[in-house]
Ligand binder design. Structure first.
Ligand SMILES: NC(=O)C1=CN([C@@H]2O[C@H](COP(=O)(O)OP(=O)(O)OC[C@H]3O[C@@H](n4cnc5c(N)ncnc54)[C@H](OP(=O)(O)O)[C@@H]3O)[C@@H](O)[C@H]2O)C=CC1
Ligand SMILES: N[C@@H](CC=O)C(=O)O
Length: 435
């Protein structure tokens, strides 16, 4: 057989698991663009079933009612499915369904970052064993191509750092708070209404979603397995209007960042709010947009930017994967399979190097600055700048440190809290990206 000739000569059958914000758009594009997709793949793609939780729901989708089923397992194991698209979310039943689909001979496309971050190694091994594809471009940063660039385009380079805004909901909320002075709850409700948030928005707000994406990015970028539990995680629920103001006074903006770094022998991944200077490219990432900076040895700095959440943008990434795995099915090939072959130590956030912005409410009396400075020096943390606001019982010191180990910075803050001249350490936030 000529390897460039298709070895399958019938329409490819697609099963869709989930028809919510993302699934609805996937089904819409698959049906609307059927002819065009058939030309790109080499064979027609036929949507043969859509698994949902409830059949009685009103759906804004023009497909035959008989496509819908509540028997997702029956759908993926019926024996003639070529590609399963999983957009249910969460761990179970998504994991069971994906494993069953692979075992039944289907390739799988998923947007499920929670599952890929938690059990990516098992899913990947199952795909390799079944000689099928497992693709998850939509799991990180919505429409932005970043999984494939890390897994394929940069596979010959040495990536040193990945710094990104990878959660659309929290970026939307922080942006609304910063630019419109909107309240936290109001902004979150809006993000939910626009389809950006997870089914349980705690996953967004508390940083779990971004941490899952950081685990996937670090695993791909550094070719070593980084799991969700390895990622240090802080969300944005403690970010106050005062933090946002304080950042603005320093010429900064508050963003929820995912930071993945490697040394010769180790990797680290963390997610937390941070102040970044307005002139930094990530500062201008607005609304539900995402951006991922990649620093690699040979290529230098690369930036990937685009819509990070929402039905249509996410469906775009999924359809890209569908076309890609369908082309492989047509030729009966698969790959590239597991790419995490290095075995680097995953280090704790305490060993990460960063800077802190600290606002300390103090009793303003003689020698107070010396006492505070001494605490920083005791933990080997150097002060970059210090400014005093107010005086007497209203005095506040605002300090920005030089880079130090996160553990030393945390110990300094702990020690400050124990001083009798300190009324409160009212804000502690990491500072990233220069200034
Ligand atoms: N929304 C976004 O912007 C993005 C989402 N993602 C990921 O995409 C996935 C889907 O997200 P989203 O579309 O927003 O989620 P939704 O909550 O909008 O949709 C979930 C869908 O799954 C169906 N479902 C739930 N449980 C089951 C079950 N046990 N069996 C069959 N179907 C079930 C629901 O059925 P029913 O309709 O009957 O309730 C619904 O159709 C998640 O993994 C999410 O993390 C990734 C990138 C962006
Ligand atoms: N809830 C997620 C959706 C996309 O991954 C987000 O807000 O980024």
């Amino acid at each position: 057989m000529n390897p460039s000739e298709p070895s399958v000569d019938r329409p490819l059958r697609i099963a869709l698991l989930g028809c919510g914000v993302v699934g609805t758009e996937v089904a819409r594009l698959l049906t609307r663009d059927a002819d065009e997709l058939a030309r790109r793949v080499g064979l027609p793609l036929e949507l043969v079933g859509i698994a949902v939780r409830r059949l009685d729901r009103d759906r804004d989708l023009d497909v035959p009612a008989e496509l819908f089923t509540t028997d997702a397992l029956g759908l993926v194991t019926r024996g003639d499915i070529d590609v399963v698209v999983e957009v249910i979310g969460g761990i179970e039943p998504a994991r069971e369904l994906i494993l069953a689909a692979l075992e039944a001979g289907a390739s799988v496309v998923t947007a499920n970052k929670a599952l890929v971050a938690e059990d990516g190694a098992r899913l990947s091994a199952a795909a390799t064993k079944a000689e099928r594809d497992l693709s998850f471009e939509a799991a990180v940063a919505g429409a932005i191509p970043i999984v494939r660039p890390l897994r394929e385009s940069l596979a010959g380079d040495r990536v040193q750092r990945v710094l990104g805004i990878v959660n659309g909901t929290t970026n939307y909320v922080l942006d609304q708070m910063t630019t419109l002075g909107q309240g936290f709850s109001e902004a979150l409700e809006e993000a939910q209404r626009l389809g950006y948030a997870e089914a349980d928005p705690t996953a967004d707000i508390e940083g779990f979603d971004a941490a899952a994406k950081a685990a996937i990015l670090a695993s791909l970028a550094f070719h070593t397995r980084v799991s969700l539990g390895d990622v240090h995680r802080e969300g944005i629920s403690d970010v106050t209007a005062a933090d946002v103001r304080s950042a603005a006074e320093m010429g900064c903006v508050v963003k929820l960042l995912a930071i993945c770094e490697r040394t010769e022998t180790s990797v680290g991944a963390r997610v937390h709010p941070a102040m970044i200077p307005l002139e930094h490219p990530l500062a201008s990432v607005r609304g539900a947009y995402n951006a991922v900076f990649v620093e690699s040895e040979a290529a230098g700095q690369l930036m990937f930017y685009g819509p990070g959440a929402g039905g249509a943008p996410t469906a775009s990434a999924i359809l890209g994967d569908v076309v890609s795995v369908a082309r492989n099915r047509v030729r009966e090939i698969f790959g590239p399979g597991e790419t995490t072959h290095a075995d680097l130590e995953v280090i704790d956030v305490g060993r990460a190097r960063t800077r802190y912005h600290v606002a300390i409410d103090v009793q303003d009396r003689a020698g107070v600055l010396a006492v505070i400075a001494q605490e920083f020096a005791r933990f080997d943390v150097s002060i970059k700048n210090l400014r005093q606001e107010g005086h007497g019982s209203d005095a506040q010191l605002v300090i920005v440190t030089h880079e130090a180990e996160d553990a030393s910075l945390a110990a300094t803050v702990e020690a400050l809290r124990g001083l009798d001249i300190v009324r409160d350490v009212s804000s502690v936030m990491r500072v990233e990206g220069g200034i």
